[in-house]
Write a protein that binds this ligand. Structure first.
Ligand SMILES: [Zn+2]
Length: 357
């Protein structure tokens, strides 16, 4: 059985297999596939040039575990090497998000096979960009909905998350009429119009309310105009809004359009990226058992995960994994291998909780 030392070696191999955006994901899938083959899993690979995915099943699964093997770009500012091990800590892009949790999944698979408990594993490869692989995989395999418990193994420091926020990223553009700054009556200032509308949006009561899952808004950039003595004839800004399952994605877009007074033909909104919010339908009794076992109360995460793709197929779903998510997407990303091992024990015990129900 793989123990801490083997888990560390496997994680270092995964970190060293390239998986940045745009890279072929063959290498990283090539690390996990033989391990599952050796454990006699049935393996289906959904081929795709950008986002191949792998589904592995063994016996009659009581637990589905899902992880993504792609990472964000390396970026700058690292003081540790890629795959460097210091004590029990493994450093490198993806060590935490989420190749470390993927190692937990593989060790769990090994232990469950040893105990003759069926399980299924999915590995996806473009979570950080479009989640297209997870989307295709979930759609192609409705049988995943029959598995009593599904876990997205993203790092939550082993706190169970049952909901995640939706994302609405959009560009808003305004048009006016150019004129000399000394003759404003001949022009119409597109930038002023944009600023007024944006401040109406940013001041809306909706944002930063005292509700449990407040809607957040980020004005990311704004541009328009050029010469100081010319009235700008166009302006634009980009915003990112996060919202809970209190709203649908369409409702949120409707609210935004209303706040920006988008009925105007001199204003356009272009949605750049959109993900609906999701809330798990896991039974309260079973969730209480899990909370009790983990010693942690369920919560909601403010970001999107592949729960939004797998959840509609299998709503008995949680986000639960080792590691501290705040360290993700940063230089010196790392995970403690003891946390990886702790997750293995929890996943195995949770699979047994399902079988004993
Ligand atoms: Zn992730």
């Amino acid at each position: 059985m793989m123990e801490k030392r083997e888990a560390t070696e496997l994680l270092v191999r995964l970190v060293n297999a390239s998986s940045e955006p745009g890279r072929p994901m063959r290498d990283v899938l090539g690390v996990v596939r033989p391990i599952l083959e050796d454990l006699c899993f049935d393996i289906t690979v959904e081929e795709h040039s950008l986002c191949p995915t792998l589904l592995a099943t063994h016996g009659d699964p009581v637990l589905l575990m899902s992880g993504h093997l792609d990472t964000v770009d390396l970026g700058e500012g690292w003081t540790h090497g890629q795959g460097e091990v210091v004590g029990d800590t493994v450093y490198g892009r993806g060590a935490l998000d989420m190749k470390g949790p993927c190692v937990s999944m593989l060790l769990t698979a090994e232990r469950l096979v040893g105990e003759n408990i069926g399980c299924a594993i999915t590995f996806t490869t473009d979570e950080e960009i479009g989640m297209l692989g997870a989307d295709r995989l979930a759609q192609a395999h409705p049988e995943l909905g029959q598995i009593p418990l599904a876990i997205i193994c993203e790092p939550t420091n082993m706190r169970p998350a049952i909901a995640e926020k939706g994302v609405l990223q959009f560009r808003v553009q305004t048009w006016g009429k150019s004129a000399h700054a000394s003759m404003p009556e001949l022009g119409s200032n597109a930038l002023t119009s944009l600023v007024h509308r944006l401040s109406d949006l940013l001041d809306a009561e909706l944002f930063g309310t005292s509700s449990q899952d407040p809607v957040s808004v980020n004005l990311a950039n704004i541009s328009g105009g050029n010469l100081i003595n010319v009235i700008p004839d166009s302006a634009k800004a980009e915003l990112d809004i996060r919202f809970s399952a209190e709203y649908t994605a369409d409702e949120m877009l409707g609210i935004v359009k209303k706040l920006l007074r988008a009925d105007h033909d001199l204003l356009g909104i272009e949605v750049l990226h959109e993900l609906p919010p999701f809330r798990s339908e896991i039974s309260p009794d079973f969730l209480a058992k899990i909370e009790n076992y983990l010693g942690e109360m369920a919560y909601s995460v403010p970001y999107g995960t592949e729960m939004v793709k797998f959840g509609p197929v299998n709503p008995n779903i949680l986000i639960l994994g080792p590691g501290i998510v705040e360290l993700a997407h940063r230089p010196d990303e790392h995970i403690d291998i003891n946390e990886v091992m702790r997750a293995v024990k929890a996943y195995v015990d949770m699979a047994k909780m399902v079988t004993s129900q």
